[in-house]
Design a protein around this ligand. Structure first.
Ligand SMILES: [Zn+2]
Length: 236
């Protein structure tokens, strides 16, 4: 167990941010999944329409269990929509379906952020997996106050940074998918102005969960860099 009170403040702030963002996305989704769209199309039909209009014919759409489990799988080229989105005829369902199609379009058009993010996954998994061991070893060696501790501190923080980078590059990928979603819903005439506003609220709330994750990761990274004495000034 680790006893620095500041560590628990950082962890606590991160958890509070994430819980708040998750609560917001759930409540916003609940609200806008009650509001029907004029088109009467299900999320799956909206997705199919946008895919076809974008000239993408090799992506399959299937339902997936759970709530807010929607995702695009680039390996299998499968768009998985949670049941309330797949069969839902609401502003929330259309917005989320269009967002996931946004990822399929990013994949088909070779979006640079998405490419980098996909390539970075194994790096972040490996770096994140061993970072805490190296950070603990650095702490035991006295951090930057000793030569060996200093080297381990830099290595540990660099390894942790691979996961922070992952959460940061997720942001442009997600923002771009939502921007595309709203633009295609509007251009395709699938939603009216008021309905688009509802879809945007749901997508903005979802974006907050990614922002919370990135902020938490960045905060934790700064904590370790500071605590291990990498910013200088700490000589104990
Ligand atoms: Zn997304």
């Amino acid at each position: 167990m680790y006893f620095d009170p500041l560590y628990w403040v950082v962890i606590g702030v991160g958890m509070a941010l994430s819980l708040w963002a998750q609560f917001r996305v759930k409540s916003t989704f609940a609200k806008y999944s009650q509001l029907a769209t004029g088109s009467g199309l299900t999320g799956a039909e909206v997705a199919k329409n946008i895919l076809r209009a974008s000239g993408i014919h090799d992506v399959t759409i299937e339902p997936v269990q759970g709530s807010l489990t929607d995702h695009y799988d680039p390996r299998g080229k499968v768009l998985r929509l949670s049941e309330p989105v797949f069969g839902g005829r609401s502003m929330a369902a259309a917005g989320i379906a269009a967002h996931e199609v946004g990822h399929a379009i990013q994949h088909a058009t070779g979006n640079a952020w998405l490419k980098f993010r996909s390539a970075w996954v194994p790096v972040a998994n490996l770096g994140g997996g061993i970072s805490m061991l190296v950070i603990i070893a650095a702490l035991m060696m006295g951090g930057a106050a000793t030569a060996m501790g200093g080297k381990l501190a830099i290595l540990g923080v660099a390894l942790f940074a691979t996961t922070t980078i992952f959460t940061l590059v997720t942001l442009p990928v997600e923002f771009d998918a939502s921007r595309r979603a709203l633009a295609t819903l509007q251009q395709g005439g699938l939603m009216s102005g008021e309905e688009l506003g509802g879809a945007k609220k749901v997508l903005d709330a979802a974006a907050m969960t990614y922002i919370a994750a990135a902020a938490t990761s960045l905060l934790t990274l700064l904590y370790w860099a500071s605590h291990l004495g990498l910013f200088g000034g700490r000589r104990d």
